[in-house]
Design a protein around this ligand. Structure first.
Ligand code: DGT
Ligand code: CA
Ligand code: CA
Ligand code: ZN
Length: 572
């Protein structure tokens, strides 16, 4: 059983408990467990099998949890989950993914109307049976119907990070196949899109039968959907479909270009080719019958006098204009990142100590780390009051005095309150090195209200950046209503920074908003929002999205040295 599978079990337990309206702290404990396990780099089954090691040695895993994990690894299930499932059919959980439909309302719909799936829910809304339930109404019914696609999609598309984990293990599995001469993933996965519908895989192989047999033997394959002479499609246990195509070596570059997409990018490309009397398809670039390019992707683009676009840019947004003007941005890379400016510790809802987080950041080659635990409003996340925050900062001073070549910044993630204003006084915030402000509460307010709250926060001289500015959670919740243009203008006017939260579920700001920030001259900070040591590894997901937004090293605040960063911050 993989860590991701174990994490999914605890997430399901949390879902079911929520559905039963259980104590939120109990629900949170299972959510945190899922996060810790999902982020852990070593397979827990390895730790469990090692007689010299204990699961409880892992930060964030206590005795009760360790027992459940051991049972899971041993038997493939855990009694608690089975008991919960005996009370509530699993299909009902899909309803929890409809934005705005909390566990309480979902439970009402299930009990009163006997609705057990998303399809039935849509039907009940269309038949206007939902609006008459107590606590509902016509507006709620309409919004359920409007947002139900998010919940339906959630089952179909994987987060890029999930697809990446699968792609990497599939690549490792296939690499031992002697027959494969070249192999590359294409499609939305290669473009780094935040969610991935299916994996497109291209290979050049001496013997396609061997490759297809090998793919069929991949441990996660649940079903072979189709197998032909050059194409094979399988469905994996995670629900993801993989499309394999075996292509001739002389067409590999053309196929890679074609199947990387996007479709819109390819439409523009074909138009440009036609203008030159050429034809582009998945087999090559042709002048009449003659193939003038196809083996390498660069050659396909070169035949049209175009640069070999970074896959992240191939969305028919600005890339062709940049190429025409000779102004292709030199995209940011993971190695450009020097620090992480959003991280939690066991002082609030993280699981590692300040020192552990700092050591882990240093291990990753970073020079600085801001500790930004939650402010008191976030009671469920064990938010800090002023006294505890001051104690934490004193502790950071002590740790810093022992560190050489690495600096921990005294930060805080301060809540932007529902009524407006921040959760701490300016006097306290002025003592911080770095302040990120976030909207965690009052997310259902109007566009005017939320925009005003965020702009006011930007106007506060103590605030350095706005964290996860739109609040979206991929597959769970759309952005709250916010006028991002007005927010970016305010950020520019007040010399502030906007966050690209690198958590794979957030990626917030998204690629398009990052490009908008760049147009306004607003720097972006790519931050992991890590709640444990492994969580710091999310930086690369953020960098991929930043690249999709066309950001360069200079556009991103935390590529700077600490001194340069301080200069940037002194603008506020
Ligand atoms: P996904 O899988 O929904 O996350 O998105 P993609 O972009 O991976 O889409 P997919 O898997 O349907 O197709 C992969 C690429 O193949 C796509 O980005 C462009 C190319 N492609 C597929 N079908 C067509 C088509 O009908 N026309 C054109 N021009 N390109 C296509
Ligand atoms: Ca695809
Ligand atoms: Ca596909
Ligand atoms: Zn945070």
């Amino acid at each position: 059983m993989t860590n991701a599978e174990i994490a999914a079990v605890f997430d399901r337990i949390a879902d079911l408990l929520e559905f039963q309206d259980a104590n939120p702290f109990r629900v949170r404990a299972y959510r945190n467990a899922a996060r810790t396990i999902g982020d852990y780099s070593e397979p827990l089954s390895t730790v469990a099998a090692d007689a010299d090691r204990k699961l409880t040695d892992i930060a964030g895993i206590g005795k009760d949890l360790a027992e459940k994990i051991a049972t899971l690894i041993e038997t493939g299930s855990v009694p608690m989950l089975d008991e919960l499932l005996a009370e509530i059919p699993e299909s009902v959980l899909g309803m929890l993914r409809v934005p705005g439909l909390g566990p309480k309302r979902a439970a009402t719909i299930y009990r009163e109307l006997g609705v057990t799936s998303l399809d039935e829910l849509a039907e009940a809304c269309r038949a206007h049976r939902v609006r008459d339930l107590k606590g509902f109404g016509a507006k709620t019914e309409e919004s359920i119907l409007r947002d139900i696609d998010i919940a339906m999609d959630a089952g179909n598309r994987l987060l890029w990070a999930q697809a990446d984990a699968i792609a990497q293990s599939l690549r490792a599995h296939l690499e031992s196949c002697q027959s494969i001469a070249q192999m590359e993933f294409a499609g939305s996965y290669r473009r780094g899109k935040d969610t991935v519908g299916d994996l497109d895989l291209l290979v050049v192989a001496a013997d396609e039968t061997e490759v297809m047999d090998r793919l069929g033997a991949f441990e996660s394959v649940r079903e072979v959907l189709l197998r032909g002479s050059t194409k094979m499609s399988v469905r994996l246990s995670q629900g993801l479909q993989v499309d394999l195509r075996v292509v001739p070596a002389e067409s590999f570059g053309a196929a890679l270009q074609y199947f990387t997409g996007s479709k819109e990018h390819n439409v523009v490309l074909r138009g440009m080719a036609r203008g030159r009397g050429l034809k582009v398809n998945e087999y090559g670039v042709f002048r009449g019958e003659e193939r003038i390019a196809g083996q390498a992707e660069e050659d396909v683009y070169a035949a049209l006098d175009l640069p070999c676009f970074a896959p992240e840019l191939r969305e028919a947004r600005q890339e062709f204009a940049w190429a025409a003007a000779g102004e292709m941005p030199d995209l940011i890379q993971l190695s450009d990142i020097r620090g992480d400016l959003h991280a939690h510790t066991d002082w609030s809802d993280g699981v590692a100590t300040i020192e552990e987080m700092a050591a882990a950041a240093r291990e990753r080659g970073l020079k600085y780390l801001a500790i930004t635990d939650h402010s008191r409003r976030a009671t469920i996340a064990n938010g800090l009051d002023a006294a505890r925050l001051r104690r934490q900062w004193a502790e950071i001073d002590r740790i810093n005095s022992r560190l050489k070549g690495f600096t921990i910044l005294k930060g805080v993630e301060v809540d932007i309150l529902e009524r407006g204003g921040l959760d701490f006084d300016d006097e306290l915030l002025a003592e911080a090195d770095w302040v990120v402000a976030s909207v965690h509460f009052g997310q259902k307010q109007s566009r005017e209200q939320i925009t005003r709250r965020v702009i006011d926060a930007l106007a506060n001289p103590c605030v350095s950046a706005i964290a996860h500015p739109t609040g979206r959670l991929l597959g769970e919740r759309k952005s709250y209503e916010i006028d991002l243009d007005a927010v970016l203008q305010a950020a520019r006017d007040h010399g502030k920074i906007m966050e690209l939260n690198a958590h794979p579920k957030r990626l917030d700001l998204d690629d398009v908003a990052c490009a908008a920030a760049k147009n306004y001259g607003v720097p972006i900070v790519i931050s992991t929002d890590a709640h444990n040591m492994e969580g710091l590894g999310a930086m690369r997901y953020g960098v991929v999205q930043a690249r999709r937004g066309g950001l360069t090293k200079a556009d991103v605040a935390n590529t700077r040295s600490l001194n340069q960063l301080k200069k940037l911050l002194s603008r506020r």
